[in-house]
Write a protein that binds this ligand. Structure first.
Ligand code: PSU
Ligand code: MN
Length: 305
């Protein structure tokens, strides 16, 4: 297994010094944001994590290896390669053995983080049960990964392109706790509220770390969703996002967009229809998640000592 992993110099040094690591995904770089804001955001996220005393490890597939931690040039390549492959659990072995440039989804990043012994992972929004899943069967592999792989995923909830109620039901069935930060509501990515509550509210990194430590110590393997709402100043009006989402979903349906292409299509259409404002919201919320993720990694690290 180790022969498939390549650790960046920074990650190797962090390991030797026993510093806490925070994983970052790469699909938000390649498929979630346009160039060059994607690369710039990726760099800023890494710096936010360093400034708080943890070490960032952005994860991607390159030249037949799983890269844990990317150099500046590698980040640039990933952000500026429009046809990078979106790699989820299903795609991982293929991306490695066919030498694809692969951007990892939440599911694949969790797998790679766990292989590298990283317990905390920061992203924007998790995948979930799509609206209309009762006929399309479209349920993101992210949810199954949360059910099985022991990594804490810091996100801003799930986008309302999904059926948030069904997503939470699915997570409950699979025993995945959904924890909110600073409020009881489960956030909906662009907005602080959804019509749903999280399972538990844990505001401090120490509380979150205690909870995660207890879960895993009991042998309750699997992920934890740490749902951190977008900062108030960067949130979007709920009605506006809902009506834009409806139009984007209708377009996707008319154009027959399905499978792994649907999430990137919807994200891009929402960005276009908000004249780029959704991108600013997206950047603000991921940065906010990086702060929470770094604090959590430090608190977990402290507990393990
Ligand atoms: N949701 C977002 N932004 C994203 C994604 C989801 O708000 O960038 C990306 C993540 O990488 C996530 C993936 O893991 O899309 C889910 O894709 P799918 O629905 O095809 O499983
Ligand atoms: Mn899907």
């Amino acid at each position: 297994m180790q022969s498939y992993l390549v650790l960046s110099e920074e990650v190797r040094a962090a390991r030797l010094a026993a510093k806490p690591l925070v994983a970052l995904e790469s699909t938000i770089i390649s498929h979630g944001m346009p160039y060059p804001q994607n690369v710039q955001t990726a760099r800023e996220l890494e710096q936010i994590i360093r400034d708080r005393g943890a070490v960032p490890a952005t994860i991607a597939i390159m030249n037949g290896k799983i890269h844990i931690g990317l150099s500046d040039a590698e980040l640039e390549l990933l952000g500026n390669t429009p046809d990078a492959m979106k790699v989820s659990r299903r795609d991982l072995a293929y991306a490695l053995t066919s030498n694809k440039l692969g951007a990892t989804t939440v599911a694949a990043t969790m797998i790679c983080a766990a292989l590298a012994g990283i317990e905390v992972f920061v992203t924007g929004g998790i995948g979930g049960v799509h609206r209309g899943a009762e006929t399309s069967f479209d349920i993101s592999a992210d949810l199954q990964e949360l059910a099985r792989t022991s990594v804490a995923v810091v996100c801003a909830g799930a986008k309302s392109i999904l059926d948030i109620g069904l997503t939470l039901e699915y997570l409950e069935t699979h025993g995945v706790p959904v924890v909110s930060v600073g409020q009881s509501a489960f956030p909906a990515f662009f907005t602080r509220d959804s019509a749903y509550q999280a399972d538990f509210q844990l505001d401090t990194a120490e509380q979150q770390a205690d909870f995660i430590h207890a879960k895993w110590t009991l042998g309750l393997t699997g992920g934890v969703v740490i749902a951190n709402p977008v900062p108030e100043v960067a949130a979007m009006p709920r009605e506006e996002i809902e009506s834009i989402t409806q139009s984007a979903l209708q377009e996707a349906d008319e154009q027959g967009i399905k499978g792994k292409a649907i999430t990137p299509f919807l994200l891009n259409r929402i960005k276009q229809m908000t004249a780029g404002r959704s991108l600013e919201t997206n950047i603000a919320l991921v940065k906010n998640n990086a702060v929470v993720g770094a604090r959590l990694a430090l608190a977990l690290h402290h507990l393990r000592k």
